[in-house]
Design a protein around this ligand. Structure first.
Ligand code: SF4
Ligand code: SF4
Length: 745
């Protein structure tokens, strides 16, 4: 794991990671381990943009202390010698070779590698193509504020309910909850937020800027086209959508069967998009882009997707029982009830192939064999979708390429040894001697899709490269005013990527139309600031830790193949709210590690963070409570407010992103009963300080107890010195002292 961290290029960050490694390798809590915790803390402050000039001198001071320790250790022949040597060499290297870089990090907040000071987004949000603020909508759903949750989703995705049902959820793949057990069920929480807002009839009102008078033609009404229309309308432009089919939705309507995405849910999301003032022309095929400009349009967005099946080269592919999988789904979704044979082979290993196979079962096929080039691990189909198909009886044959469909309907396949070359490009290698023969009466081909460019017959100058429209980083084609995005540019992809393209293209079109010269929308912000976030759900540690990922109930596979009803139930409100409690709020805890370093620096070691990729994650909810003394050091250093120490009556509690981690009793003044400080904190100071002689049990120059203000130390000493048997608050100390003094006067 730590190796991963070291791939960061900035030398200061690399040094920090190495220091963390040294610190982690100390087996015992020694003064030296604490010094390394302090260095790790200082370097963390620096790379997160919180470095101060005094950190330079502190680093030097600590390095000297370690050197002194090292010479002592030689006398003791300590096993820590190699660690200390490594640590010193890391700091010396920063001082001799990286000093300028260190100084520029501190004084100018500049990192020449552009690694540091970046806006830190939670991993789920980073991997959501639409860039939804995921923890924010999760917490709102968890708190029953469905409309607020939906508003957060709609900022970046106008298809909340659709994506809540069909998105393969790349966000869940990178969810940090997996370091503890399984990812948060983000997709289904989204569906609940959308469903409940509809139930409560409180869908947000469209929020549109003042009208600009600019008209944008959008060709295609799939997720990309409609997303572009939505965000253009919000900017005050008039989007006009042209759709060749009878109804809107593109592949969402015609390529996804009802058992995955019921039409009424798609219609709901589309109606809301239309409410923003989108002009719609269905059954309208555009065949001259240039003419659109003559007809008053200011810009054009091409979002025509990839509606055709890829033609797979095999002997016999021209036969009448070889059918395009996507055409088959289109017919079903148009209500045409296409007839197929009883024994069906589906060629392809992606989600469309899975849907084709499952739809074939519902069209009365009895045996479905899915054959693909990919091996099990390479299959592009989502694990969940494939599982549902297998449960329905679909048999999957991996690593076979279609070769020859004979007249007697025996289909011959050859073994695919390797599908990608060393550069990761599609370049299948076959073993012609290894063959498989399967009988079928229908072949459904669902191995890739391609665009339909027939509408560009009068616009042949548009740059098409390798079968896809070529654009630049601003979604511009080579023709002025013509933009393109989604599958027609990338090739077939998941819906949320088309949504992202539609949204980003709309922002680019807006910039172009209005002659704006804004920063690129996704640019990372320099200089960290930690904006206010929606407060965390309050929950006890055991619930946060032990709640298992929710499961969706599914229709019985044997019965469901007879209908097109949804396979999966949705989560209930209660389930969604419980699921929301599993979220670790990685937007609030940015995983810097500062709380852990300070806790180690003062020798308590209550915080045990897990390293995941390039950050820390708080996962240790249970052992914390046995060690924490509620000193408040972690709260003081945490830059985001993820840790809070909250005093309630006579106890004090540590909360980590809303999780109640422990409860310590407050110490009462033996004379007046006033609460003084956490009991365990007092005991800790007592054991570490020789109170009678007022000297430190540990070297004061080695450890500076940041969290313990001189005032608190003094307070403790005063209290203790008053009487060995009494623990007294400062006010009572003064009174007692005065009383004692009087006796001698
Ligand atoms: S735990 Fe929550 S905030 Fe963290 S990655 Fe998962 S969903 Fe996002
Ligand atoms: S709780 Fe605060 S200090 Fe600790 S890792 Fe998270 S953000 Fe950093």
């Amino acid at each position: 794991m730590l190796m991963n961290l070291e791939q960061k290029k900035c030398s200061i960050n690399i040094a920090r990671i190495k220091i963390i490694k040294v610190w982690k390798n100390f087996k015992q809590d020694t003064n030296e381990k604490r010094l390394f915790a302090k260095i790790a803390g200082i370097l963390t402050h620096i790379i997160y943009g919180m470095g101060k000039k005094h950190h330079l001198t502190e680093l030097r001071k600590i390095s000297n202390l370690i050197k002194i320790s090292l010479s002592d250790k030689y006398i003791d022949k300590s096993s820590e010698i190699p660690l200390l040597k490594t640590g010193i060499s890391i700091i010396e290297d920063i001082y001799t070779n990286q000093k300028d870089l260190l100084i520029s990090h501190i004084t100018e907040k500049k990192c020449k590698y552009n690694n540091c000071f970046k806006k830190i987004s939670p991993p789920c949000e980073k991997s959501c193509p639409a860039g939804i603020d995921i923890p924010a909508f999760i917490v709102q759903t968890g708190g029953g504020k469905f409309k607020h949750a939906l508003e957060i989703i709609l900022e970046n995705n106008p298809f909340p309910y659709v994506c809540g049902l069909i998105c393969p959820a790349p966000c869940e793949d990178s969810c940090l909850r997996k370091t503890l057990d399984k990812p948060v069920f983000i997709r289904s929480i989204k569906a609940v937020a959308a469903r409940e807002t509809i139930q409560e009839k409180c869908y947000p009102k469209p929020n549109i800027k003042s009208l600009t008078g600019k008209k944008v033609a959008i060709i295609g009404s799939g997720p990309g086209g409609l997303s572009a229309a939505f965000y253009l309308a919000k900017q005050g432009h008039l989007p006009v959508v042209f759709e060749a089919e009878k109804e809107l939705g593109g592949m969402l309507r015609y390529g996804i069967p009802d058992f995955r995405l019921p039409l009424k849910i798609l219609n709901n999301d589309i109606s809301w998009i239309k409410l923003h003032g989108v002009e719609i022309h269905t059954k309208t095929r555009i065949n001259n882009i240039k003419k659109l400009f003559n007809n008053g349009f200011n810009a054009v967005f091409l979002a025509t997707g990839t509606p055709f099946s890829n033609k797979i080269p095999f002997k016999g592919n021209e036969r009448s029982n070889v059918i395009s999988g996507i055409d088959f789904l289109r017919k079903i979704n148009k209500g045409e009830n296409p007839d197929i044979g009883k024994k069906v082979i589906v060629i392809g290993g992606g989600n469309v192939a899975v849907d084709v196979a499952m739809a074939a079962l519902r069209q009365n096929a009895l045996k479905i064999k899915m054959v693909c080039l990919e091996n099990k691990n390479e299959m592009p189909a989502s694990e969940n979708e494939l599982r549902t198909a297998i449960m329905e009886g679909v048999i999957v044959y991996n690593s076979w390429g279609p070769f020859y469909l004979k007249k007697n309907n025996l289909f011959e396949f050859i073994f695919c040894k390797k599908i990608f070359n060393d550069k990761g490009k599609f370049a299948p290698v076959f073993d012609n001697n290894k063959k498989l023969e399967l009988y079928c009466d229908t072949v459904l081909v669902a191995a890739g899709q391609i665009p339909d460019f027939s509408y560009l017959e009068n616009d042949t100058e548009i740059n098409i490269f390798k079968g896809l429209i070529k654009i630049n980083n601003s979604y511009k084609t080579n023709i002025n005013g013509v933009f393109a995005g989604g599958d027609v540019v990338t090739g077939p992809n998941i819906a949320v990527n088309a949504i992202k393209a539609g949204k980003e293209a709309a922002l680019e079109i807006d910039k172009w139309l209005m002659n704006k010269n804004k920063k690129k929308h996704n640019q990372t912000e320099k200089n960290l600031n930690f904006p206010e976030k929606i407060p965390c759900l309050k929950i006890n540690a055991l619930n946060r830790k032990n709640t298992k990922r929710a499961k969706l109930e599914e229709q019985n596979p044997k019965k469901r193949i007879n209908n097109y009803l949804p396979i999966e139930e949705e989560l209930s409100i209660n389930q969604a709210q419980k699921e929301a409690q599993r979220c670790l709020r990685c937007d609030i805890c940015i995983g810097c590690g500062l709380c852990q370093f300070i806790c180690s620096e003062i020798g308590i070691n209550a915080i045990n963070l897990t390293i995941c990729d390039d950050r820390f994650v708080f996962t240790d909810f249970t052992s914390f409570s046995n060690k924490c003394i509620s000193c408040g050091a972690c709260e003081k250093v945490c830059p985001t407010g993820a840790v809070k120490i909250i005093q309630k009556q006579n106890f004090i509690r540590t909360e980590f992103t809303g999780t109640f981690l422990n409860k310590n009793t407050m110490l009462e003044c033996d004379l007046c009963g006033k609460l003084i400080m956490p009991d365990l904190y007092y005991k800790n100071i007592e054991t570490r300080l020789d109170l009678k002689t007022k000297t430190f049990a540990i070297k004061p120059e080695a450890i500076e107890l940041k969290s313990e203000t001189p005032d608190i130390r003094k307070k403790t000493i005063d209290i203790k010195n008053l009487s060995e048997n009494l623990r007294v608050c400062p006010a009572c100390t003064r009174t007692k002292y005065a009383e004692n003094l009087k006796k001698f006067l």
